[in-house]
Design a protein. Sequence first.
Lengths: 306, 306
Amino acid sequence: MDLRRRINERRGEFLLFALTPPRQDASPARAREIADLTLERLRVLDLDGLVLYDIDDESDRNPDERPFPFLPTMDPADYLSRHLQDANVPAVVYRAVGKYEEAELRSWLGAQDPQRVLSVFVGATSSDKPVVTTLRRAQVLRAESAPDLLLGGVAIPERHRRTGEEHVRMLAKQAAGCSFFVTQVVYDVNAAKNLVSDYGYACRSRGDDPVPIVFTFSVCGSVKTLEFLQWLGVEVPRWIENELRHAEDTLGASYDLALATARELMTFCRRLEVPFGINVESVSNRRAEIEASVDLAARLQDELHR
Amino acid sequence: MDLRRRINERRGEFLLFALTPPRQDASPARAREIADLTLERLRVLDLDGLVLYDIDDESDRNPDERPFPFLPTMDPADYLSRHLQDANVPAVVYRAVGKYEEAELRSWLGAQDPQRVLSVFVGATSSDKPVVTTLRRAQVLRAESAPDLLLGGVAIPERHRRTGEEHVRMLAKQAAGCSFFVTQVVYDVNAAKNLVSDYGYACRSRGDDPVPIVFTFSVCGSVKTLEFLQWLGVEVPRWIENELRHAEDTLGASYDLALATARELMTFCRRLEVPFGINVESVSNRRAEIEASVDLAARLQDELHR
């Protein structure tokens, strides 16, 4: 069953793999090479879709020094249309909507084949940041120009920990057209369970079925990647941070931890009957970490009830 | 192997059961009846020790209405000496030291048989509360009057979540004579794991072995007991609160949750080689909850490596 139908039927148990587009200064030949290599690497997986991130300079959100330098990356929509046409699964294209003019966003939305493309809109990374198009406005544009294109929203367990209201935000996003959610990388399983629980019970109390929440997992091969995750806003529980910092094999330890976290969350969602998808990404572009991410996706794929 | 020796050798895997003494206005005959009934109930267990709480009116600590009224209870040391002489295991007697005059504390300490009695000193419940004897002073009295009597300290994962320094406090308490720790009731396994991890790594980095941490578990048979736990300062993760509030069988659900929490923590401590003990209490005095607590202790007893 395809991704679009699964989401429309509010069924989960699907597998995505997330990619960051190549650097903006990569030549077309190099970008194509990267795309081909990536698709080759992912061929071992039976994916339901790709996720393409829209990388924004988030230094406004976090005053701390970025552990990896910010390098502008290709627009994910361009990368998809130019270099990933050989992918035989749909793509969930992220759009940091604040970067785009309305007309540009509208024409892109209108040009997409809803069988091949889904989108996740991301709003401003901080309230101070000037935006060209607001998240609210982008949602309206999608409803007007591309009502059949499935729209996802971002769900952040860490924000729920602070506000206790992320599930209310999710319901508001659903009212604005979202039919699925994607989290950032999950290291704090308890925060994710709290959000799933509040969201699930809030849906039931309205007599409504929850929509799929896609949980993102990633390995971490070094203390530098760990610090980058934290810089990105991922809350890493203290005990996990300690294990990673003291591990002889950081990558192996993080693989085991990510697997355990994913399994716990999958069991929890099934019991609560909240549909979920799995998304795996490699936060770093080191080869060992990318390969371990593909291994993690393969392992989780075997545990999905598809 | 007895409790005292296990603690002295920094070995864990022991089982305690905690009791709240009868109401202060109970007649001696009634107190004896309660003691006999309790010992009869606990006979099915192979306990390594009892824990006797020293209940203090904590309304200064929490301005919210107490879900159960505060009723003064018998002094745990009196209850032990008068009515629990038939217990064939040592008792860990709590002392809310702020309530006692130095002379009284000193004479009690000097009169105890260290083979039969251990103690846990508890300091002021809030910094505003006037105390007769401070925790620091009580620790000195113990070192002077009863150096052989094993002293435990309170360890609070919830405080670690706020301060990130509970493990430093534990090391300071060890320097002041504590040779084991006891937590309040654990519902947030993640908070407990964070504390164990920070404490364990801090000990190793000093070239020292960690001392046993006794984790307390309890069932919860009603929303009122849940609210009482929260009033006492136990942080119940949102997802657990939701499960308990929506469960058809709250007691059964809380039993399963406590068992899962205890197992996760036991596995975690063994892997980190931090010795642990298990303490089970019934927060409420409803018969069904007491019986479920005894069942929980029996179940956990089977999983200890004694």
